[in-house]
Design a protein around this ligand. Structure first.
Ligand SMILES: [Zn+2]
Length: 270
């Protein structure tokens, strides 16, 4: 029975957060004409330390409190949410989204994909995300299904994306989200001990990547919101970004405030 339940859960999780096959990368190699090492590190935005520079009381690199291996949400009575945008950055939809967030003074978290950062616009969008106070999380380089990968592939997927984000923005990612939510427990332990990454999943998945229409995305997010929830959407998709003004305004009107994933984890009362 336990096996059946776990299998069912895995199927549900795997159905989410897919990069559609229609995405075409426009790879402009960061080492081909763009020397990322020459970028001036940003001194604005989040001041997250790099995980290899501090030794926190928790013993987990990068964190100064005990953290869980996995977060679907946090325990809190405060009306606080973390909204997360996966699979970008996108050259048009991400800047459009950033305008919407800025207008409302909302901070979000972006689980970016390394191969998307390699697009010609990628570094500029990434730097804007950080400059405007948002958080960037690690979503691998190739959007690989990590549960099927060896430890060495897992390390490379995470390390390369980590280094790319750090080189371009000057800020190290603090958390990771496995593509499709597919990850094994021993892989979580490895990521925690070697990268200081908790695995961040989600509370509400409106399945926006299936393009159900902006109003449906909005109603699923608004109806699913509760204190301490993590909302999952994809800034890759135009209709998802179209859904944001109404979604954000309704949640703000209900008294919710938005924090980044790291800020949310630090508020966990469990
Ligand atoms: Zn994804």
């Amino acid at each position: 029975m336990r096996y059946v339940c776990l299998s069912f859960l895995t199927c549900i999780v795997l159905s989410s957060c897919q990069v559609p096959s229609s995405i075409s990368y426009d790879p402009v190699s960061l080492t081909d004409g763009t020397d990322t090492k020459s970028w001036e590190p940003l001194v604005v935005g989040l001041e997250a330390p790099t995980w290899d520079q501090i030794k926190p009381p928790s013993g987990i690199p990068g964190w100064d409190k005990e953290i869980d291996a996995t977060y679907f949400s946090i325990k809190t009575s405060e009306k606080v949410l973390a909204i997360t945008f996966d699979d970008g950055p996108h050259g048009v939809n991400t800047p459009r989204l950033l305008d919407m967030l800025k207008k409302r003074n909302i901070k979000a978290t972006f689980y970016v994909v390394g191969n998307m950062i390699k697009n010609s616009y990628g570094p500029d969008v990434l730097r804007r995300i950080v400059a405007e106070g948002h958080e960037i999380g690690n979503h691998t380089v190739t959007h690989a299904t990590l549960s099927r990968q060896s430890d060495s592939v897992l390390r490379k997927e995470l390390q390369d994306a980590h280094d790319m984000i750090l080189d371009i923005t000057g800020v190290a990612p603090r958390t990771m989200r496995p593509p499709g939510g597919a990850i094994k427990n021993d892989q979580k332990k490895l990521m925690m001990s070697e990268f200081g990454y908790p695995t961040v999943l989600w509370t509400v998945d409106p399945e926006d990547w299936k393009r159900p229409g902006a109003s449906v995305v909005t109603s699923r997010l608004v109806n699913g919101a509760r204190p301490g929830a993590i909302l999952l959407v994809h800034d890759l998709h135009e209709p998802t970004v179209d859904a944001m003004p109404s979604t954000l305004d309704q949640l703000l009107a209900q008294g919710y405030r938005f924090v980044t994933v790291t800020e949310l984890i630090m508020m966990d009362e469990s």
